[in-house]
Design a protein around this ligand. Structure first.
Ligand code: ARG
Length: 570
């Protein structure tokens, strides 16, 4: 599944290289896209062959071109420029191939590849119980969701795993705070806000009354030992939080196969500690147990008071995941501040002798900085996801009112576009970069934004609707490729041809931003085409509508892979 144009050129080259006696060279690996279109659509550099063939690259290029000229190439022109053979594809036959691939549902152009029997486990979102679901978790959620869809698209079986932060000493604090100041009714009404308030209050009061900390430790120990009342409270906090998280997930169109969080590993942790002990990896350090690591700070396994740590649970969880799923890849989509943590966890697993640790990858991402005072200062810089999304939807609702007040289902569209704008912005930037967030560059209908892509998709949809009324549904039989060779048109067609390569790159680099940026380019090219060429009432009408249908299809697919909805009108 590659770009059908590049494939055509590769196939030609393969045959020619065979005849030169270097049939083992894969031309697809070497093929380049020249910096300017006057230099052709593809260029094949001959430097690498020079040593094998003991000839200068320009001589090889000339020889190759000679061979190619004897073949039925289907190219418009093949040209030698120094060490390069440049290929000019024939616009008509290229358009024909590409649009047919898209409209006839070829794998990679909007249709997934067949299952390949491989499995990826993706640990993503993984918020902490009783704490707000904030914009950092949103990024993990949407990058993870997009990677999940992308791997499915490439034929993998994906296990979506939400490793809830549902264990740790903070639960002792919450239990104590709830007993002193909590009310069940308040918590039921606004669980996360209520729990957060209890947590904040605990810290304030503990400054005056340090004994509270001892009480909290005792409560957590009781919880660890399975005391019924503490257990019941903890479960209730967990349920309340999960209920709220699920509302977010539903709104974002994200689901999980399992919510096995940190608490699921309480018992396994003991096993991990004894395994480390048996393999002689544990060292005492000021009463705590650590694993000494080369080139990294030691990994803390058990605290002085006997409590296991985040890293210990992650080691146990990884082993369990391997036993349960036998994955080909295990991804952790977690912010870059946890880089050291994952290096340590992976090193410990390696010391334990688990070679599959090479299949585990931390997929880090940068922070989103939200300058919006209104959203962030009220609670000391925590931006609640829900408020951010509501705000985006309200702003989009106002824009729609201004631009297209006649629109049907305005609320539904505003929801799709507002949420989509936030998600698209999260995914548009290279994931490792920090993003500074401002409303204008998130919501503009004309910039590099989600709304711009959704709007372009909706425009294509409206053309197809009109076609439907006048002429019927465009399909591949409508393509007369000889009508699709004007520059703007062919530029757009060539852009569509890139889609499978873009998805491949996005998959290999674990980088949904490749898809987002590509979608923007499709929109630019579509809009240039649309401004240059009238559609209805021309003799090219049907061919152009087939192209519009192909654009609509790929944009909808790209948005789906990003986890963004594609409304039919807006
Ligand atoms: N709960 C953690 C946090 O919010 C993220 C957990 C990521 N996954 C993992 N296996 N450690 O920071």
């Amino acid at each position: 599944m590659v770009n059908v144009l590049a494939e055509q050129v590769s196939n030609l080259l393969e045959e020619a290289l065979q005849q030169l006696g270097v049939g083992d060279v894969d031309p697809g690996e070497l093929l380049e896209v020249p910096p300017r279109s006057e230099m052709g659509d593809y260029a094949f550099p001959c430097f690498q062959l020079a040593r094998r063939l003991r000839k200068a690259p320009p001589a090889i290029a000339a020889e190759l071109a000679g061979l190619l000229s004897t073949m039925e190439s289907g190219m418009q022109k093949i040209e030698v420029v120094g060490p390069y053979v440049n290929f000019f594809v024939d616009p008509a036959s290229a358009s024909d191939r590409i649009l047919r691939a898209i409209l006839d549902n070829a794998p990679g152009y909007g249709a997934p590849q067949s299952p390949n029997g491989r499995r990826v486990v993706i640990d993503f979102s993984s918020p902490n119980i009783a704490k707000p679901f904030h914009v950092g978790h949103l990024r993990s959620t949407m990058i993870g969701n997009s990677l999940a869809r992308l791997f499915e698209y490439h034929g993998y079986e994906v296990v979506r795993l939400n490793y809830l932060g549902d264990w740790g000493t903070q639960f002792g604090k919450l239990i104590v705070a709830y007993r002193r100041w909590g009310s069940a009714a308040d918590l039921e009404k606004e669980p996360i806000k209520g729990l957060l308030a209890l947590y904040v209050r605990f810290h304030q009061e503990a400054e005056q009354e340090p004994a509270l900390d001892d009480e909290a430790r005792a409560a957590f120990r009781a919880l660890e030992e399975g005391s019924e009342e503490e257990r019941r409270l903890w479960e209730w906090f967990r349920d309340l939080s999960l209920r709220e998280f699920n509302k977010h997930y539903e709104r974002l169109g994200v689901h999980f196969d399992t919510y096995a969080g940190e608490s699921a590993y309480n018992e396994k942790v003991a096993q991990t500690v004894s395994e480390l002990e048996m393999k002689g990896l544990l060292t005492q350090s000021e009463g705590a147990l650590v694993v000494e690591l080369e080139d990294l700070p030691p990994c803390l396994i058990r605290k002085k008071d006997g409590a296991a740590l985040y890293a210990t649970r992650d080691v146990s969880a990884a082993i369990d995941r391997y036993e349960t799923y036998g994955f080909e890849h295990l991804f952790y989509v977690v912010g870059s501040p946890q880089q050291l943590h994952f290096k340590q966890v992976f090193s410990v697993l390696r010391l334990l002798g688990y070679e599959w640790v090479d299949r585990a990858e931390h997929i880090p991402f940068g922070q989103i900085r939200i300058g919006d005072e209104q959203l962030s200062t009220r609670r000391g810089n925590v931006v609640f996801l829900e408020e951010l999304l509501d705000q985006a939807v309200a702003r989009v609702r106002a824009i729609i009112e201004e631009r297209n007040s006649e629109l049907d289902a305005k609320d539904e569209v505003a929801e799709a576009v507002g949420v989509g704008a936030i998600v698209f912005n999260d995914l548009f930037h290279n994931r490792i970069k920090d993003i500074s967030f401002d409303w204008e560059s998130v919501l503009s209908f004309e910039g590099d934004t989600g709304p711009y892509v959704q709007y372009t998709h909706a425009r294509a949809a409206s053309l197809i609707r009109r076609s439907h009324d006048d002429l019927g549904e465009p399909d591949s039989s409508w393509i007369d490729a000889s009508q699709l060779d004007e520059p703007e048109t062919f530029q757009l067609v060539k852009r569509l041809a890139e889609y499978p390569d873009v998805l491949k790159r996005a998959q290999e680099e674990r980088e949904p931003s490749e898809i987002a940026r590509y979608a923007i380019l499709v929109c630019h090219d579509f809009n240039s085409f649309y401004h240059a060429h009238r559609i209805f009432g021309t003799s090219e009408e049907r061919s152009r509508l087939a192209l519009v249908a192909a654009v609509k299809r790929l944009l909808a697919d790209a948005l789906r892979l990003l986890g963004v909805k594609a409304p039919e009108a807006m």
